[in-house]
Design a protein around this ligand. Sequence first.
Ligand code: IDP
Ligand code: MG
Length: 141
Amino acid sequence: MERTLGLIKPDATAKMAHGPIMTAITEAGLKIVACKSMRLSAAEAAGFYAVHSERPFFGELVEYMTSGPIVAMVLEGDDAIQKWRDLMGPTDATKAGPETLRGRFGTSLQNNAVHGSDAPDTAAFEIGFLFAGRELEALSR
Ligand code: IDP
Ligand code: MG
């Protein structure tokens, strides 16, 4: 059993794509363990994407991620990290197939509708960045 962090990004919440995205998650056999809507501050978005701070697109990425509300989800299942990445599709939404969430709801390399952790260590960091311990206990009590 593995956990990963999923985000519905501002371009997708603006389209009210919450329903179909969450349906696709559960149909892929992943459990939504925790879920909340929030608006990131610039400092929070920069901290979340600190690994990209030296990249030329960092400023625009922070602007994009703070442009509207996001939905943060903790997803759980066998091979959850890879399963969720497969369901999202490639980073560039213009190259993502119509069966993927980025293909369905993203519009560009930046505006790609959803986020997913890429490894166990980044999943642990990202879940801890956005969720408090008690928010992850609901299903185990
Ligand atoms: P990922 O989200 O598929 O893991 P990363 O390389 O980790 O892709 O990049 C994080 C996010 O930064 C992407 O999802 C996308 O929104 C944005 N991004 C990545 N590369 C570029 C780029 O070259 N130009 C603009 N935005 C980018
Ligand atoms: Mg990434």
